[in-house]
Design a protein around this ligand. Structure first.
Ligand code: OAD
Length: 253
């Protein structure tokens, strides 16, 4: 199947952990609801961090180390190619914190859940900064700016945890894109289990505005019934065909 993008149409894409699975990054819910042996609440909530910051930091430091050997796959690259065709009529929203879309070359990206390779301070309004810190068993990372003022504020990964708000600028950007697209909006969700909001509700918002919706996933997700078109299989194989330019799709027949 090919996703038809008539002249003037807009494409909003949502990606989840499934698109990075073929890059070797484990998804969240595919293994008994555990994420690398931890409950999501333990390592992805402000309460978990307050209770045991060492476990949370060790966990994210390991995820940072995993990323060092991960590279974008054919699914990420197919999204770069379609963005090159559509320009500002394309927007990619990702729940992933791995940065692989940007590494592949995507430019119009909203990182809804933050970025694993950034940290921010829990005690001051210092801007989030690039950080590849690995775990130090005998110490927790402290904000250098706060320390200079005699305070001991912990750094934390710049990721959105359960119960925390989505980045406001990202949500506004999505809203502006959807408003500009109107009925010319096409929506594609890839590799997400459809249980984490607000992203899980995007499909209904698009359909409510008369937009067409597509899903690519390894299995039927929780919100599969909301989509007009469903393709089951690996994103790295399905996306290049689904998003091929009309000329490339015709040549492949
Ligand atoms: P999940 O792990 O919940 O879901 C991943 C989905 O991808 C599943 O439905 C898999 O079937 C599918 N999948 C696996 N391999 C695939 C492949 N090669 N091609 C296509 N699909 C594949 O991940 P998310 O839905 O992204 O949030 O999870 C959403 C959020 O929940 C995460 O961002 C994270 C987590 O808690 C926070 O940490 C705040």
């Amino acid at each position: 199947m090919n996703l038809p993008l008539e002249p003037g149409s807009y494409l909003l894409v949502l990606t989840g952990a499934g698109i990075s699975a073929e890059s070797g990054i484990p998804t969240f819910r595919d293994a008994d609801g555990l994420w690398q042996g931890h409950s999501l609440e333990e390592v992805a909530s402000p309460e978990g961090f307050a209770r045991d910051p060492r476990t949370v930091w060790r966990f994210y430091a390991e995820r940072r180390a995993d990323l060092a050997s991960a590279a974008p796959n054919a699914g990420h690259r197919a999204l770069v190619e379609v963005e090159e065709r559509l320009g500002d009529r394309f927007l990619l929203v990702t729940q992933n914190v791995d940065g692989l879309h940007t590494a592949a070359g995507s430019r119009r990206v909203v990182e809804l859940h933050g970025n694993l390779m950034r940290s921010r301070c829990t005690g001051c309004d210092r801007w989030p900064f690039k950080d590849s810190t690995v775990y130090r068993p005998n110490g927790l990372p402290i904000c250098g700016r706060c320390r200079a003022k005699g305070r001991n504020a912990l750094l934390r990964p710049d990721v959105v945890w359960f119960g925390e708000p989505m980045p406001r600028d990202g949500m506004l950007r999505i809203q502006a894109f959807v408003d500009a697209a109107g009925p010319r909006l096409r929506y594609l969700a890839v590799g997400t289990s459809g249980v984490v909001y607000p992203a899980a509700a995007f499909v209904d918002a698009v359909r409510g505005r008369g937009g067409q919706t597509w899903l690519v996933n390894a299995e039927l997700p929780a919100n599969a019934d909301s989509f007009d078109h469903v393709e089951i299989g690996p994103a790295g194989t399905l996306l290049p065909a689904l998003l091929a330019s009309p000329a490339a799709a015709a040549a492949a027949l």
